[in-house]
Design a protein around this ligand. Structure first.
Ligand SMILES: C[S@@+](CC[C@H](N)C(=O)[O-])C[C@H]1O[C@@H](n2cnc3c(N)ncnc32)[C@H](O)[C@@H]1O
Length: 175
């Protein structure tokens, strides 16, 4: 009996080590691990979704009305606590450079999620310019609205809830 138990334990430990190694060395495995296990575990233990946890962190740590502070808070949360699908600080700098270079009067963003890239764009828009951002997930849109409000950017941004593709209804609602 003992040799069988030992063999099972060794097998389980080897499998665990293999998974840990793959998660640490392969992006696909890391995404799978984060989305299927860690996120569900955190949802269960916190009683909140990931976007809600990001919002809560922003509300607790970022300066109200200061977009850069809110962006830094989201970056800090996503670097130190849990991954999220924001464009992030590195690609965000490229986005900033494009907005500063083009100085658009109108911007259309497809896919708001929690409003991270929306904030990056909106804070750099020239006076009078507007950003329309479209998000098909109602929950994400509600969170983004609060994050944009905390950043003081809601007056420059029209956040629409709906999908970029049109099936039968073309009417989108504004949050
Ligand atoms: C990668 S996330 C966007 C991240 C965000 N731009 C940022 O950097 O903070 C993609 C988002 O697009 C939304 N989405 C995907 N397909 C969409 C569609 N056809 N119409 C509107 N939103 C869509 C998803 O719900 C998700 O929130």
């Amino acid at each position: 009996m003992l040799p069988i138990l030992l063999a099972v334990c060794m097998g389980a430990l080897t499998l665990l080590l293999f998974v840990v190694w793959r998660v640490r060395t392969d992006g696909t495995w890391a995404l799978w691990w984060h989305d299927n296990y860690l996120e569900r575990l955190r949802d269960f233990t916190s009683g909140k979704s990931r976007p809600m946890r990001i919002l809560q962190y922003v509300q607790n740590t970022a300066v109200q009305g200061d977009a850069n502070s809110v962006i830094s808070a989201v970056d800090s949360y996503c670097a130190n606590v849990e991954w999220a699908m924001n464009v992030g600080d590195k690609k965000g700098e490229i986005l900033d450079a494009v907005v500063l270079d083009v100085r658009p009067r109108w911007v259309l963003e497809l896919g708001t999620y929690c409003g991270y890239s929306t904030m990056r764009i909106a804070r750099l828009l020239p006076p009078g310019a507007r950003l329309i951002t479209l998000e098909m997930n109602h929950h994400y849109a509600q969170v983004a609205k609060q994050i944009l409000g905390h950043a003081g950017l809601d007056s420059q941004v029209d956040l629409l809830v709906g999908a970029s593709f049109c099936s039968h209804s073309s009417a989108e609602e504004e949050v």
